[in-house]
Every structure is written in structure tokens, then in C-alpha cells.
Ligand binder design. Structure first.
Ligand SMILES: O=C(O)CCC(=O)C(=O)O
Ligand SMILES: [Fe+2]
Length: 323
């Protein structure tokens, strides 16, 4: 089987470390700004509801940003591309080094138009690169990663709006007879929640829906204040979720490791266990699409990390029977 660094199939070796690939987003360092802001927020209020230290995006919509976006293409040039003006294929084949996926997302064009006369000059295509994290033919599991789905500027704006407007809480649950408090804060937004209609969130949901061709009626917002916050190994297999739907994750702020491993309780475990633990890094603006099979055969987590200090907000778009 043909293998590339960005492709992981069930037969790939253990502890595949996606983060070891050159990370050009470090050059831009949007995370540092958010991380600093996040530290301020987290030390100031328990629910992060503060306007005083709101981050003001300073990055202009200049050529520089465009160059940086193009830089991500280089970073992912070992991936697979989807050609211009196409929705990504719903039945994508395994990616390979000679066929990277590049998606031109025209949605953002208008955001970068500075005046009507310069429209054609500034009209640009935002190129998104889609990479398989898991493409498992045995179970039909597909997990795709798209970097920079949300621009650094839009990420900061939404990050601040969510911090300001959401009421984050922890949850106590029973773990082996002991009451344990969730090591992160979260809120679940449905169409009954005013925050569901934050304009930037509505726009993001629409973009996610357009990209995936699916609809989502709820969004779980997880807030990880620093590297001590985490989510343990789990699969999102709630009965309330509509079957056949993907779960789409969007990362804002501090980059965090994200891990997958095959579930031990499935009949095909012996056939997929060689994957071991897959570790990838979810950067600011990244999207991960987990198809429906993912939750049936794999589990995932965000592990604690000692040297991580900034705040991350993660959105998972879901489709529930009850909303
Ligand atoms: O924070 C993340 O990236 C994952 C969140 C998650 O797995 C969940 O909310 O079920
Ligand atoms: Fe999850």
C-alpha cells in the first residue's frame, strides 16, 4: 500500500505523530495572541465573561495574509487536493503524496474586498487543504483534517464572542463509583440558546454545512483553560445523535494534541488495532470531520499537557434527534 506522511490507514504504525510535520503556522503565531488573551480571561473570571480585555484583531487583510495562506499549501503539499470550486468528494479515496486536496473556498472573498473598485484585485481564493487522519477501509471510518478553515482573524473574533456570551460550566459524573468533575468547561447550544445566533457562529455553521453537505442543529462548546484541562478517551455515541451524521470539530485558540485509537470493544478490533494511538495537533482554525463510523470504531481524547498554558475553545457541530 502506498503511504505518505499525512495519510494514516489502519495499517500504519503506532504513535504516528502528525505534529512532527513542519508547522508553518508557527510563523504567523496567531495562537500566542490568543493564548495571552486567554490567560488574562481565565485569571479574571470563572466563566470568562469579560469584555475589558477583548482582543482586537490587528492583522490587516493584506498580501501578507494571502502569502501565509499560500504557505499552508506548501506545508500540505504532501497531501491530496480537491480542485477549484468543488465540494470535497463525499467518497474520497485514500490520499497520496502525488494528489493533494486543495479546496478553493470562495465564501471568504467578500470579507477581503476593501472597496468596490478594487474588488477584482482583492478577490482571492482561500485555499483549504484536506488531509485524511484516518481512512480505514475495513470499518469505513474517515477522519479528515482541514487546516485554517477559520482564518486567524475570524477565529479571534468568534473566540472572544463565545467567551463573552457563553455560560460555561463543569459537569460532575460518576467514574468507577467516584464523583469526578469534568476537567474542562462546556456549554451546549441548540436553537433554543441565544448564543446559537451569534452572527459569527451562524456564519461558521453555514460554512461547515456547505463544506460537508450536512446540517447541524447543535454545537457543543468546550473550553480548555490550559494544558491541565482535557477530555478523556471517549466516543460520541449518544443515543440522541442522529445516525449517519458526521461530527465536525472546529478549534479556536491554543493548539492542542488530539488523539485517536481503535475501540477495544468492537469485533474488528484485531484488524484495526495496528494503528495504535494516532496523535495529531489541532491548530487554531482547524476543522476535523469525523464521519459516522468514527464513533462506532474509534475513540478520541484531548490529553493533558504540562507545557500548554493558553486557552482553547473547541466547537463540535452535531445533529441531534431532539432539537
Ligand atoms: O476538544 C476537542 O477537540 C474534542 C471535543 C470532543 O471530543 C467532544 O466534545 O466530544
Ligand atoms: Fe468527542
Amino acid at each position: 500500500m502506498k503511504r505518505s506522511r499525512n495519510v494514516l490507514t489502519h495499517s500504519d504504525s503506532k504513535n504516528y505523530d502528525f505534529a512532527s510535520i513542519k508547522d508553518e503556522s508557527q510563523q504567523q503565531k496567531p495562537h500566542e495572541n490568543i493564548a495571552q488573551l486567554s490567560t488574562l480571561h481565565s485569571s479574571k473570571s470563572t466563566n470568562g465573561n469579560s469584555m475589558e480585555q477583548e482582543y482586537q484583531p490587528t492583522q490587516p487583510q493584506t498580501k501578507k495574509q494571502k502569502v501565509w495562506r499560500q504557505g499552508t499549501l506548501h506545508f500540505h503539499s504532501v497531501g491530496r487536493t480537491v480542485s477549484s470550486h468543488q465540494q470535497p468528494s463525499r467518497d474520497s479515496t485514500p490520499c497520496s503524496a502525488d494528489s493533494p486536496i486543495i479546496i478553493n473556498d470562495d465564501d471568504e472573498c467578500e470579507n477581503h474586498v476593501t472597496s468596490s473598485s478594487s474588488k477584482t484585485v482583492f478577490m482571492k481564493q482561500t485555499q483549504l487543504v484536506e488531509t485524511f487522519l484516518i481512512n480505514d477501509k475495513i470499518t469505513g471510518t474517515q477522519v479528515k483534517h482541514i487546516s485554517n478553515f477559520v482564518s486567524p482573524r475570524d477565529s479571534k473574533i468568534l473566540f472572544n464572542k463565545l467567551l463573552e456570551m457563553c455560560k460555561f460550566q463543569t459537569k460532575d459524573y460518576n467514574f468507577g463509583g467516584k464523583v469526578v468533575t469534568s476537567p474542562r468547561k462546556y456549554t451546549f447550544l441548540t436553537k433554543e440558546s441565544p448564543q446559537f445566533y451569534i452572527p459569527e457562529l451562524v456564519q461558521l455553521k453555514e460554512r461547515v454545512e456547505k463544506y460537508t453537505g450536512e446540517v447541524f442543529n447543535g454545537v457543543l462548546v468546550n473550553r480548555y483553560d490550559n494544558g491541565q484541562d482535557s477530555i478523556m478517551w471517549h466516543a460520541d455515541k449518544e443515543k440522541s445523535l442522529n445516525q449517519g451524521c458526521s461530527i465536525v470539530s472546529i478549534s479556536l485558540g491554543q493548539a492542542r494534541d488530539f488523539q485517536f485509537r481503535p475501540r477495544k470493544d468492537v469485533a474488528v478490533y484485531d484488524q484495526i488495532k495496528s494503528m495504535g494511538v494516532l496523535t495529531t495537533k489541532l491548530e487554531d482554525g482547524a476543522m476535523v470531520i469525523m464521519n459516522d463510523k468514527t464513533q462506532l470504531y474509534y475513540e478520541h481524547c484531548v490529553p493533558k499537557r504540562k507545557n500548554v498554558h493558553g486557552m482553547r475553545i473547541n466547537l463540535t457541530f452535531r445533529n441531534s434527534k431532539y432539537y
